[in-house]
Design a protein around this ligand. Structure first.
Ligand code: ADP
Ligand code: MG
Ligand code: MG
Length: 519
């Protein structure tokens, strides 16, 4: 079962007859045959490494793998070799992390801006929210409603924790690093992502010579410990040793080991800056369980099953399916009303929406939030073309040339975007519906990364295919009132997918986990 399967296109490329325009994934002093033998051995080594180091996910084929820890595990899908990435673009992406962290914080404080930008999204028949007759996007409308309630009572979040991941692709047309999106809720794979870098380093230490790859060119990746440290510092800032971290999770989660890595690091943290001698305890609850067992005391303290909650860390709550009934919405509101530190708060969550990404890309909007001109220039350089659909000219162009665009609804978690033929059909349909529902989408310039051949491993089997990669840079931000406690780039995640697939989520089944080798 661990045999290396190859596709025809792969074989051609490895005998140095790569199709035109396609770079061989790896070059080096090793012969093609030597490389091939090494890859075969590596597959088994890598699968074993995953098993003994916890680079695992729940197996779809096993019915209890999403609910019972330790049952039905399979190695996470991964790329056998790290993806080549030019060092200057790597540096550029890392430098952007603290700037985006700061931007999110600034924008989150401007409730009017968020309301104005997103109200248009949910209902273009404003101006008075009470008269929202037509909710183009019911889900965003519900989030906005919570935000509005917090604004009405002038709710302040003194301690603010952001655990973000900004995703980029290298556009081959313009040779530039362009942002795909900024995730401010449930940024996934800090746990497993850092393990993949470790896996690749180990493999290259064993096989790097024959492959002509140097393990030292894989950047260190401390995403798991850095995110745990940020959660731990937030917990310490709350200043109640008996309080817990509440991880809000989906009822079924096959990616639970990514989350448990953070839980473990958090528990084992013995940082010098804490006066206590133990780390924070994490409890896992679904939104429904929070509603059933949670309450907010008159002083704002969030209590669940008798335990005070210092930090609420959301690994659920970003998708409409997370709210099957009013119960879940009540839980979200309850937590927001409390004085627990929310990662993210409703404001941070909204800043991460695609609509806000598009608003921030308009001219003179960044200037509202950031003073430093150089920072503004760096941010802007990473913005792809983004448009709202009240721009008729762009809509027309997208109908004519759909392959140059991506149509995005206000959704997270992968698998929601619309491309090519469907994009054209959707735009035509939306136009016919008198245009109101156009407001639920944004249009984005399509980015075209250069494809290369990579060996991908799933279920213990390796196959080689043409792939493109998306680099995610984690950022951690923590502040208490005027004091910025943390503002860091906190590791990275490379995801690689077959180039013929439009979408890129690993959990959604489109991509594999990867790391970076700098060129
Ligand atoms: P989500 O929040 O669901 O992850 P994304 O904006 O990240 O939404 O889009 C999902 C995937 O679609 C990305 O991982 C990427 O593979 C692809 N994608 C998104 N935007 C673009 C774009 N502008 N050009 C090319 N591919 C894109
Ligand atoms: Mg996202
Ligand atoms: Mg994404």
């Amino acid at each position: 079962p661990l045999a290396l399967r190859r596709r025809r296109v792969a074989r051609a490329a490895m005998s140095a007859e790569a199709p035109p325009g396609v770079a061989p994934a790896e070059e080096g002093p090793g012969t093609a045959a030597g490389r091939q033998a090494a890859l075969g051995d590596m597959v088994e080594d890598a699968a074993v490494w995953c098993a003994v180091h916890g680079l695992v996910v729940g197996d779809r084929a096993h019915p209890r793998s999403g609910t019972v820890p330790g049952v039905g595990l399979v190695h996470a899908p991964f790329s056998l070799l790290p993806a080549r990435f030019p060092a200057p673009f790597w540096k550029q992406a890392c430098e952007l992390a603290p700037i985006f962290n700061e931007l999110v914080d600034r924008v989150s404080l401007d409730g009017e801006f968020l309301q104005a930008a997103l109200s248009r999204q949910v209902n273009i028949n404003l101006p008075f929210s009470n008269f929202r007759t037509r909710k183009v996007d019911e889900f965003t409308a519900r989030l906005l409603e919570i935000h509005e309630k917090m604004m009405a009572v002038n709710k302040k979040e003194d301690i603010r924790l952001g655990l973000h991941r900004s995703d980029y692709m290298l556009d081959s047309e313009t040779n530039s690093l362009l942002q795909i999106e900024l995730n401010t809720i449930s940024s996934s794979f800090p746990g497993l992502g850092s393990l993949v870098s470790e896996l690749h380093r180990t493999l290259l230490n064993r096989y790097g010579k024959v492959l002509g790859l140097d393990s030292k060119r894989i950047p260190q990746n401390w995403a798991a410990t850095q995110f745990a440290e940020a959660l731990g510092k937030a917990w310490a800032e709350y200043n109640n040793e008996s309080a817990v971290v509440l991880m809000v999770v989906q009822p079924e989660e096959r990616n639970m080991y990514d989350q448990y890595w953070l839980v473990n690091h958090l528990k084992e943290l013995y940082p010098f800056y804490l006066t206590v001698t133990y780390g924070a305890t994490t409890i896992r609850k679904t939104l429904a369980q929070v509603e059933a067992g949670g309450k907010v005391l008159t002083d704002g303290t969030l209590v669940i099953d008798g335990r005070t909650v210092a930090v609420v860390y959301f690994r659920a709550g970003y998708a409409p399916t997370d709210y099957p009934s009013e119960v879940e919405w009540r839980a979200r509101l309850l937590m927001e009303q409390s004085s627990a530190i929310k990662c993210p708060s409703i404001s941070y969550h909204l800043v991460g929406t695609k609509k806000i990404q598009q608003e921030l890309a308009k001219s003179n909007v960044l200037e509202r939030f950031i003073d430093n001109k150089e920072d503004i220039a760096k941010l802007r350089k990473s913005f792809a073309g983004l448009w709202s659909l009240d721009n008729e000219e762009i809509v027309q162009l997208a109908i004519e040339k759909p392959d140059l665009f991506v149509l995005k609804p206000q959704r997270e978690g992968g698998g929601n975007n619309i491309y090519g033929h469907d994009l054209r059909e959707t735009l035509i349909k939306l136009q016919k519906e008198q245009g109101e529902s156009l407001a639920a989408y944004i249009l984005m310039q399509r980015i075209f990364p250069k494809a290369s051949l990579s060996p991908l491993v799933r279920g213990g089997e390796c196959f080689e295919d043409l792939t493109i990669s998306e680099l995610g840079i984690y950022g951690a931000y923590l502040r208490n009132k005027d004091k910025v406690i943390l503002n860091n780039q906190s590791g990275y995640l490379m995801r690689t997918k077959v180039s013929s697939s439009n979408e890129g989520g690993v959990a959604a089944g489109f991509a594999v986990l990867d790391s970076v080798i700098l060129t």
